[in-house]
Design a binder for this molecule. Structure first.
Ligand code: UDP
Length: 243
């Protein structure tokens, strides 16, 4: 685990932020909402200015998801590769947006795409982070049959992040779907065991949850569309903590 740096004002010195493609599409049905991206950059800047190192894993569902694309002649492996390319598009766009907002950022790729991004090398990623740069990772894990949720867990473990922050549209886990049920109850903290066993909890892949449980890496599910929520999550407040 990363030691707490002298400059960090939060319990976490290094965090992994998982952003879905759907979030990046903002007000649009698909593609990237650059305006939302700029808002996000300002939110992440608050975290960086607070002394916390940030790794971002982006999804690709705003362009393609392997499981939906496969079929009618498209093999699952190819469909997943297309999904991984989709995450690359998000990572590249977000890197530009972050840089244009004055945040030192590096885009690293888990697939062979050296013309567009630096290859993901553990030592390189670590160095960027230590220098206070935000690291945005595209390409998921580089392997098919996985989602970026699971890839995010692996990346967080690989880079010694102390927590995974999963941004969603709701402020955490509920006992029932809060969109469908007005009396759904917000859960502030839940164990890994309960989160894995509860079929109503769909905010995070079960494979990702299982991996987090095995390695005792906490996950915070929070609403990523409201101001200050990423910062609050790094301070250990708000959302639902799965640990
Ligand atoms: N993907 C993959 N391997 C990975 C990560 C992602 O094959 O390690 C593919 C998979 O097809 C997935 C797509 O990339 O559906 C986009 O990622 P994801 O569905 O996780 O995006 P999100 O739902 O977070 O936007």
């Amino acid at each position: 685990m990363q030691k707490q740096s002298a400059t960090s004002n939060t319990p976490y010195t290094r965090v992994l932020l998982k952003l879905s493609g759907e979030q990046l599409s903002g007000k649009f049905e698909s593609g990237i909402d650059a305006e939302f991206g700029a808002w996000l950059a300002a939110e992440v800047k608050k975290v960086v200015d607070n002394g916390t190192q940030v790794v971002i894993m982006v999804g690709g569902g705003n362009y393609a998801r392997g499981a939906q694309l496969a079929g009618h002649g498209i093999r699952r492996v190819t469909a997943d590769q297309i999904g991984m390319l989709a995450t690359m598009m998000n990572a590249m766009a977000l890197t530009d947006i972050f840089e244009s907002c004055g945040i030192r950022t590096r885009c690293l790729t888990q697939i062979f795409a050296e013309q567009v991004a630096e290859p993901f090398v553990h030592r390189l990623a670590n160095n960027h982070l230590k220098k206070g740069r935000v690291v945005i990772v595209g390409g998921g894990s580089g392997r098919p049959y996985m989602t970026t949720d699971t890839a995010a867990l692996v990346l967080a473990l690989e880079l010694d992040c102390q927590v995974v922050l999963k941004a969603t549209k709701v402020d955490g886990v509920y006992d029932r779907d809060p969109v469908k049920f007005k009396d759904a109850r917000h859960i502030k903290a839940i164990s890994f065991q309960d989160a894995v066993a509860n079929d109503n909890i769909k905010v995070m892949d079960k494979a990702a949850l299982g991996m987090a449980m095995e390695h005792n890496l906490p996950i915070i599910i929070f609403n990523g569309t409201q101001a200050d929520n990423i910062l609050r999550a790094t301070e250990g407040t708000g959302g639902t903590t799965i640990s």
